[in-house]
Design a protein around this ligand. Structure first.
Ligand SMILES: Nc1ncnc2c1ncn2[C@@H]1O[C@H](COP(=O)(O)OP(=O)(O)O)[C@@H](O)[C@H]1O
Ligand SMILES: [Mg+2]
Length: 280
């Protein structure tokens, strides 16, 4: 009986520990050439939006994988992740449905061809949501604010476009998963409305980490981690002087989305469209 209650307390402590993530710390390891990372320690907090930038092959995906795996000096980079200042025990394992980190990658494809509504319903049920209908609707509404092409409940998961898929996964992680940490690996090529996404995400008290090549996303983040040769080189905090550049890029993005929409609809451009371009 005693051992059983100790066991239950252990499980309970684990769950509390993992669900109330306020802060994660990345302790620097080593770059690809084995030299120590310039950034020795980096703290990320709930409510932060962080970008990870750098050329292809510089170690961006490796860094977010270290976060997702709760690296404990046991990955090729030698990094250590602390949650609320504590390292994660080696034997730490969690029911995947309780994992506090959602990783949305470029290569997410669905094996299941369930309709969107059914897929989300199953996930909400696994997560123990109280009002399943409400969270499913909220997730679809959330996703539809990010993608230009509306997602319907009846659409098969494998029929969704890249942008719809990524938008739905972000909505699912935020609303149904309620994950405190959401990692996004190069989602921008998928035709997501980036500035809307960032505005929407800022309303949630979660940590969002974007691996990105997109200057708008990087400038609209709270800070950006500059990667080089497998190592964190530098952390740049966004500052108010950068706002005009961010705003100018945002307008360009909006213009591109607007014209993409027109062209997809089969419209021929005229003077009024061009005037609109100048206003953007
Ligand atoms: N700190 C590191 N130590 C050892 N190998 C690394 C490190 N960072 C990245 N790599 C390796 O470099 C390659 C490219 O890294 P990756 O994270 O995929 O780059 P990116 O996502 O920026 O394109 C991978 O094979 C990865 O394992
Ligand atoms: Mg990558």
């Amino acid at each position: 009986m005693y051992t059983y209650s100790v066991f239950l307390m252990y499980i309970f402590a684990k769950i509390v520990f993992i669900m109330e993530i306020q802060k994660i710390t990345i302790r620097g390891g080593y770059g690809k050439d084995g030299s120590k990372e310039a950034v020795e320690s980096l703290e990320l907090r709930a409510g932060d939006i962080i970008s990870i930038v750098g050329p292809t092959g510089c170690g961006k995906t490796t860094l977010i994988n270290d976060i997702e795996l709760f690296a404990n000096c046991n990955t090729p980079s030698g990094r250590q992740i602390l949650i609320n200042d504590l390292p994660i025990p080696e034997d730490f394992s969690l029911d995947p449905s309780q994992h506090p980190i959602a990783l949305i990658s470029q290569h997410t494809n669905f094996l299941s061809d369930l309709p969107v509504g059914e897929f989300l319903t199953i996930h909400a049920r696994i997560r123990g949501a109280e009002n399943i209908e409400a969270v499913v609707n909220e997730t679809i509404e959330f996703a539809n604010q990010l993608t230009g092409e509306a997602i319907l409940r009846e659409t098969g998961m494998t029929e969704l476009s890249g942008g719809q898929t990524r938008s739905l996964l972000i909505g699912d992680a935020v609303v149904i998963g309620n994950s405190p940490i959401i990692l996004l690996d190069e989602i921008e090529n998928a035709g997501i409305h980036k500035t809307k996404a960032l505005e929407l995400l800022k309303k949630y008290d979660k940590l969002f980490v974007f691996v990105t090549h997109d200057p708008t996303i990087a400038l609209l983040s709270d800070s950006r981690v500059i990667m080089k040769n497998g190592a964190m080189q530098k952390v740049v905090q966004s500052n108010p002087h950068e706002r005009p550049a961010a705003e100018a890029l945002r307008k360009m993005d909006d213009a591109i989305l607007y014209f993409r929409g027109l062209i997809r609809e089969g419209q021929e451009l005229n003077e009024s469209h061009l005037e609109k371009l100048n206003q953007h």
